[in-house]
Design a protein around this ligand. Structure first.
Ligand SMILES: Cc1ncc(COP(=O)(O)O)c(C=O)c1O
Length: 418
């Protein structure tokens, strides 16, 4: 199977995954329903792991892309570490059985409470994004009489050539510290007795489909590390290149993982550096879909609308970034038409697809929003007092397991005090 062939594909005219017909899953579990393939998560993880076999490396699955415990537990069972960006994600990673020595903690706004939690847990390292944060980690570590490992997130000012909302490695982005500013801060860092400066971190963006931005960032990082080593920072042993590896949503041609790995390994090996990567979308993106039912087929004067029971609160990428998500009918029919696939939420921006050619579709049909494993359920909300969807995982043997119950009406009111 080609790495980007969908795990959710037509067999005859019925959309299936691991031999399970998706419209039957929709009938059994209700919609909107997220459906994941365990094989997808495993194969993408193994692909990266084997591409990096030539270097001492750690893969830290980026929990933010999809944080269901059924998924984190699956990742833990394969030996994955975790990239977390909040106390909540750290809590999930630890609960799922990921060893603290495989957890890295990024994010520009870590609070005192979150830092204390991670220091107590003994995580592998913090990826620090500001000097204020480093000062606070030092203070907390000193109070707890602990030595805490940090990497500094360096903003390499590299253009990842992706959507501006998901570009993170340019000077004008809020992430990381520039090389120039880091160098000025080093004398102060030297005084911190409770910190071990172990690595350089750099996540330059998401959905990156060429190797060039990674090569540019890596070259900047190794030049910096060579400099640092000369001036007495001998503990620096890690380069963390973050995540960002792109997938296919539509007609993209993402880089080949083996080629990418070769370029990176050849640059890091002469300095004897270890590599951390934090892939999210690459592992989860094509490993999930959203099933949704057509509540109404509304033929307007200007357009035909397929109004689905899933909306922007369940899957926001098209509304948020104008992102393309492929939409397939679970039953392929003869004949096609051009429609808008829209949700029930009271916003004109509530759509999955606009002016899209799809199989002739009727009221009551089930649609699959494809490539919905990353940044979809993870960004779901209860806007319009809509209940969060259910999620199921299909194993390689075709067994289906509910990994999140649909919200009940009572769940909507939980924690509120009338
Ligand atoms: C620090 C960090 N690492 C990893 C990731 C995962 O990125 P992706 O899903 O593009 O692989 C992100 C995404 O925002 C991030 O901020």
């Amino acid at each position: 199977m080609n790495r980007f062939d969908s795990y959710f594909a037509y067999l005859g005219n019925e959309l299936q995954c691991e031999g399970r017909k998706l419209q039957y899953l929709a009938l059994e579990y209700g919609t909107p329903l997220y459906v994941y393939t365990a094989r997808g998560f495993k194969e993408r993880f193994q692909e990266i792991d084997s591409a990096l076999s030539g270097i001492d490396h750690l893969i830290c699955y980026s929990i933010k892309t999809n944080f269901n415990m059924g998924i984190i537990t699956l990742m833990a069972s394969m030996g994955s570490g975790a990239d977390v960006v909040s106390g909540g994600e750290l809590y999930r990673a630890l609960k799922a059985g990921i060893s603290p020595e495989k957890i890295v903690f990024a994010g520009v706004g870590k609070t005192r409470e979150e830092i204390e939690y991670a220091v107590d847990a003994g995580i592998l390292m913090f990826n620090c994004e500001s000097f204020q944060e480093i000062e606070l980690i030092e203070e907390i570590s000193a109070a707890k009489k602990k030595k805490t490992a940090i990497a500094v997130r360096v903003n390499p000012d590299v253009d990842a050539k992706t959507h501006h909302y998901i570009t993170t490695g340019k000077k004008e982005n809020k992430f990381g510290i520039t090389v120039h500013m880091l160098k000025k801060y080093l004398p102060r860092l030297k005084q911190h007795q409770n910190l071990i400066f172990r690595g350089i971190h750099g996540h330059i963006g998401s959905q990156i489909i060429t190797t060039e931005p990674y090569i540019q960032a890596t070259e900047k990082f190794i030049a910096l590390i060579a400099d640092l080593k000369k001036s007495g920072w001998g503990n620096i042993e890690y380069v963390n290149l973050g995540g960002g590896m792109g997938i296919v949503y539509h007609e993209e041609s993402p880089f080949d993982m083996q080629m990418w790995a070769k370029e990176i390994i050849s640059r890091l090996t002469p300095l004897g550096l270890k590599l951390i990567v934090e892939p999210g979308r690459y592992i989860s993106g094509n490993s999930g879909i959203l099933l949704t039912r057509v509540t109404y087929r509304k033929e307007g004067e200007a357009k035909t609308f397929l109004i689905t029971d899933g909306g922007m609160n369940d899957l926001i990428r098209p509304s948020l970034y104008g992102a393309y998500q492929n939409v397939l009918n679970c039953i392929k029919r003869d004949g096609e038409e051009i429609v808008d696939v829209v949700g029930p939420v009271c916003e004109s921006g509530d759509f999955f697809a606009k002016d899209r050619k799809i199989t002739l579709t009727f009221q009551g049909d089930y649609l699959a929003v494809m490539s919905a494993g990353a940044y979809c359920m993870a960004m779901a909300s209860r806007y319009n007092s809509r209940r969060l969807p259910a999620e199921v995982m299909i194993s390689e043997g075709g067994e289906v397991r509910l990994i999140r119950k649909r919200d009940s009406w009572e769940d909507l009111l939980r924690n509120e005090m009338p």
